[in-house]
Ligand binder design. Structure first.
Ligand SMILES: Nc1ncnc2c1ncn2[C@@H]1O[C@H](COP(=O)(O)OP(=O)(O)O)[C@@H](O)[C@H]1O
Ligand SMILES: [Mg+2]
Length: 653
């Protein structure tokens, strides 16, 4: 049962629920007014009917009693005419009396107001029970309801008087009153509609406003706010709604900011990944930088940019450019001439220069940079030791480079520097490898050359000498006299001692036995001692802290060969008058300095071009030093002499 009720209620609510709020409120007001009107109408009709009927009955009774009193004597004297007159006057003088008649104790009609057409069934319609003072009966007639009143005359001994009171006037009064009430209800209803329309408009306005605002929020419009209409519950609801929309807008804003930040981070990460891929890939330096520049421009969303590399010798060149200004415009300009670029290089961090300085040498004279680009950032490309170049980015708006992006650009600058350094080291390694190969080939040819020379010397000099000795011996065998034999023996001894000297020199040149037998200091002392006579310049040799302790064999021969090469360079190239060799053993290292006061040379340039010119003496010295874990440096300037220093670590044993 309750389930059926619930279903029924749901069905009704579905219909009512679909009706607009204003109509709902108005409907309730109208229903209340109608209900009130009809209730009052019913109540009034009920009370009026009862009161008027009672009043009519009282009036009928008094008329009947009056007729009964006045007719008693006339009936007893059988005076019929005045009885008729009495009845007629009674009906005429009372508007509500429809009829009246008198009956004798036997129920016969003595007088009546019908004038001949007495309806006989009226006689039995109201019977007065014996002993009663009166009896009232309601009769339904064609003329409407009649209140029939029967009253005894002289205690029924003279008969009964009957009076018919018509309810027509009473009904007319009731109908009139009903009409009045209905009219009043109608007027109140109209007034009610007007008032309730106004009230519902007033009350539902903020609610409908709230509903509309909520719908806008649902569609994503968070700009709308409500004006609180009062300090009541609806006002509080509006305030709460505003607070809710505010916090929604705030969270949406922070979400948008977070999203934008995330997207930027993503872009930056992708760009950094792209840059590192470009830089670590198989591309050459300028191609890799070009590709990296493309990623940086994409990441910073700028119009264009270029990379300018700075050489050690003070020159510079544009090695990559993209977007505006175009490659053709960039030309051969150099960043070193630009004050802003120098500033960035000095600061070793990115600086924003807005707009591009009018004096920027990268732009050709046809293009005014200030008109083209308002935003400009210069990022130094840093290696460990120096600023290897400058990355320049430009864009058309003034404030396109935020402070936030500077850290990232600095990191990009370091990454580019690292790549540049890698390429440089790689190039250096390749150069060194090539030099080493060349050196090896040269050593092999030198060895062959040396062998040929020894073979030649052995053949031409030693062989000749031994042959002449053999010839001498043969002559000695056939000597005729002792004098002749003595003279021959003396010749042969001279030849032999000469040959011995030659063989010794040959052996000494191949490897000084002093180095193996006596050690580095005596061997060097002997070698240095030979030089003035051979080449004509003074050489000092100082050894400090060497004591009598020998150095490791390979260190000794390395230092000896380096000294040999350096001093032979002094002899061949320096045109020096004086040279010095200092050998010193310090804590854990042995140091050798070879100085001359000759013409000097540009060491860096000579070493760079050594391979092309097939001059491998200096490179060979460096290689020898590095083979024993040491380091060789050359300090020389044209006109300022040359100093070569070698430092070799000694293993502490
Ligand atoms: N002590 C020095 N004084 C002046 N010039 C030197 C000296 N040492 C080397 N040089 C210069 O360096 C060049 C390279 O020397 P090196 O590598 O030994 O080759 P090479 O001796 O076969 O010319 C020389 O040609 C010379 O010009
Ligand atoms: Mg040389």
């Amino acid at each position: 049962m309750s389930a059926t009720l619930r279903r029924g209620w749901f069905a009704v609510w579905k219909i009512i629920g679909g009706v607009r709020l204003r109509i709902k409120v108005m409907g309730i007001a109208l229903a209340m007014i109608a209900l009130l009107g009809l209730g009052i109408l019913g109540l009034v009709r009920e009370v009026m009917t009862r009161v008027l009927t009672w009043e009519l009955e009282q009036r009928g009774l008094s008329i009947a009693h009056d007729v009964a009193g006045r007719s008693t004597d006339l009936i007893l004297t059988n005076n019929l005419y005045p009885l008729h007159e009495l009845i007629r006057n009674t009906v005429l003088s009372n508007e509500d009396v429809r009829y009246a008649f008198l009956l004798d104790p036997h129920g016969r009609i003595l007088a009546d107001s019908f004038g001949g057409g007495f309806p006989l069934d009226l006689l039995a319609a109201n019977v007065l029970p014996p002993g009663e003072s009166h009896h009232v009966e309601l009769l339904q007639t064609e003329e409407g309801i009649i209140q029939d009143i029967a009253v005894p005359i002289f205690e029924s001994r003279a008969g009964i008087v009957r009076v018919g009171m018509s309810l027509r006037r009473l009904e007319a009064t009731l109908a009139h009153t009903t009409r009045q009430i209905l009219l009043a209800t109608l007027l109140v209803s109209i007034l009610g509609i007007v008032i309730s329309t106004g009230l519902t408009w007033l009350v539902t306005r903020p609610i409908l406003g709230l509903a509309e605002a909520t719908a806008r929020v649902a569609q994503g419009d968070l700009s709308h706010r409500l004006v609180p209409w009062a300090d009541d519950e609806i006002g509080q609801l509006q305030n709460s709604f505003n607070a809710m929309v505010n916090s929604l807008a705030q969270s949406r804003q922070s979400m948008e900011i977070a999203n934008a930040r995330l997207a930027r981070r993503n872009r930056e990460l992708l760009a950094l990944y792209g840059i590192s891929r470009a830089l670590s890939g198989p591309l050459g330096l300028s191609e890799a930088l070009e590709r990296a520049l493309e990623h940086v421009i994409g990441m910073m969303r700028t119009t264009g940019g270029w990379i300018c590399m700075l050489n050690d010798d003070g020159s510079c060149y544009i090695c990559a450019s993209m977007g505006e200004p175009s490659r053709a415009d960039v030309g051969t300009a150099c960043c070193r001439q630009c004050t802003a670029c120098r500033q960035a290089a000095l600061a070793r961090k990115p600086i924003v220069v807005s707009p591009v300085p009018a004096s920027c040498p990268v732009y050709t004279s046809q293009n005014d940079p200030t008109a083209l680009h308002q935003g400009h950032v210069i990022v130094p490309i840093l290696t460990k030791e120096r600023v290897a170049g400058l990355l320049n980015l430009v864009c058309t708006e003034e404030n396109c480079f935020e402070q936030e992006g500077m850290g990232l650009l600095a990191a990009v600058g370091r990454q580019l520097g690292l790549a540049f350094e890698n390429v440089r080291l790689w190039e250096e390694l390749r150069h060194k490898e090539a030099m080493r190969g060349q050196l090896l080939r040269k050593i092999i040819t030198a060895q062959e050359e040396e062998r040929r020379r020894i073979a030649r010397e052995l053949h031409d000099q030693t062989g000749q000498a031994i042959t002449s000795l053999l010839v001498g011996l043969k002559v000695l065998e056939g000597a005729h006299s002792l004098e002749q034999a003595r003279a021959l023996a003396s010749d042969m001894r001279n030849t032999l001692s000469q040959t011995l000297d030659e063989v010794r020199n040959l052996a000494l040149e191949l490897r000084p036995s002093a180095l193996d037998d006596l050690g580095l200091v005596p061997a060097l002392a002997r070698y240095v001692g030979m030089l003035p006579a051979r080449f004509g310049f003074q050489v000092d040799f100082v050894a400090a802290g060497m004591d009598d302790q020998r150095l490791p064999r390979e260190v000794e021969s390395t230092l000896y060969r380096i000294a040999q090469e350096a001093l032979s360079n002094v002899a061949r190239h320096a045109r020096a008058t004086h040279a010095s060799v200092l050998l010193e053993r310090r804590e854990g290292v042995v140091v050798m300095l070879i100085e001359d006061n000759g013409v000097g040379f540009d060491a860096a340039r000579v070493i760079d071009s050594a391979r092309e010119r097939d001059r491998l003496g200096l490179f060979g010295m460096m290689e020898r030093a590095s083979l024993v874990g040491g380091r060789l440096t050359i300090e020389s300037r044209p006109g300022a002499g040359t100093t070569i220093s070698v430092e070799v670590p000694l293993e502490s044993t």
